[in-house]
Design a protein around this ligand. Structure first.
Ligand code: DP6
Length: 333
């Protein structure tokens, strides 16, 4: 095996039709499809180097620190998949940096595992197709499968038992649509319950889970039609409805999962107020209290000002559509 070093970047993504539930935990197969927009300004840059001389353990540095045990295990398991693919036992050195604090609540695991999948496979001498890379990234985190591609992206639930057709693909009809995503951060620190555990509890205990899953195929069709027509009010209304249904399924779990705070609700009200003033702005909310607002490039600064002035909103960011995961630098040793 040829061992080398590779630096790759990947953007975070925001789901407009959410992934919330699995059909297989060991292969991390989603119960349904999902649809997202990859972002330019928020993402991860990761360098991986494999070496026979690195000793018995992988060396990991994430955002300048040694990761905690749970994060380390998740990353080492992912590197084990890459080693199995490449037929090597070599340990790796991984240095990874997020471009915004993890507390911004924009799925750092999505850009993180997408960048790691690309950097680690290339450093191990492998050259995977984007679809194979996406299916691999999915094993790290379901949402990471989407960050392999740029712009609007759809994730296929797939039917193959080995998960080989459970990967994302680009939706090129959306290319060049100049949308913005305003992120309103409403809390510091990690969320109370991570998405993996929260979706497992929703699957096991929520009486609304099955209904949630059955609504997704229709939402995917609706989102694709809205993207093809570049109809923001249609796409935005769908995204709001889909996010509220995801949260409703989680709120009905036992014990209940409620990610929202008063600031989350205030931010929703701000978005509704903007629409009453004629500004096409639409919210979505992931597994956390932060609110993300889809709007046009021309109104983004107005939307950001309104979100920033909302009680309980701590910080805001404006993000735009971005490219898929890519290699920045490669060296062969
Ligand atoms: C609410 O991709 O973090 O952001 O596959 O267990 O790692 P795992 O889950 P993850 O879940 C993301 C959930 C979400 C919705 C979405 O991004 O589609």
């Amino acid at each position: 095996m040829k061992l080398s070093s590779c630096t790759a970047v990947a953007g975070a993504n925001i789901a407009l039709v959410k992934y919330w539930g699995k059909r297989d935990e060991s292969l991390n197969l989603p119960a349904a499809g999902s649809l997202s927009l990859t972002l330019k300004e928020l993402g991860t840059r990761t360098t991986v180097r494999f070496g026979e001389h690195l000793g018995p353990r992988d060396r990991l540095r994430l955002n300048g620190l040694e990761p905690d045990d749970v994060t380390r295990t998740r990353n080492v398991s992912f590197l084990d998949l890459v080693r199995a693919y490449a037929g090597t036992d070599a340990r790796a050195e991984v240095v990874s940096e997020n471009s915004v604090p993890t507390a911004a609540g924009l799925a750092s695991s999505a850009s993180g595992f997408a960048a790691l999948a690309l950097a680690a496979t290339r450093a191990a001498g492998l050259s995977l197709t984007p679809e194979q890379l996406s299916a691999l990234a999915r094993r790290g985190s379901g949402s990471a499968a989407r960050s392999i591609f740029g712009g609007f992206v759809r994730m296929n639930a797939g039917t193959a038992p080995d998960g080989s057709d459970s990967h994302a693909s680009a939706i090129p009809e959306g290319d060049g649509w100049t949308l913005r995503l305003v992120v309103a951060v409403t809390a510091e620190g990690p969320k109370a319950i991570g998405s993996t555990a929260a979706m497992a509890r929703t699957e096991r205990t929520s009486p609304y889970y099955d209904s949630w899953v059955t609504t997704i195929p229709r939402d995917l069709l609706e989102a694709r039609a809205a993207i093809a027509e570049r109809d923001l009010p249609r796409l935005g209304a769908l995204a709001e409805r889909n996010a509220l249904r995801m949260h409703a399924s989680a709120m009905a779990a036992d014990p209940p999962i409620l990610y929202w705070t008063p600031a989350t609700v205030a931010a929703i009200e701000t978005v509704r107020g903007l629409r009453e003033q004629g500004i096409p702005a639409y919210f979505t909310i992931d597994a956390g209290p932060h609110v993300k607002v889809l709007c046009t490039a021309g109104t983004a600064s107005q939307v950001e000002a309104a979100m920033g002035a909302t009680p309980g909103v701590l910080r805001t960011y404006i993000a735009s559509p971005g490219r898929g995961a890519r290699v920045l630098q490669e060296t062969t040793s």
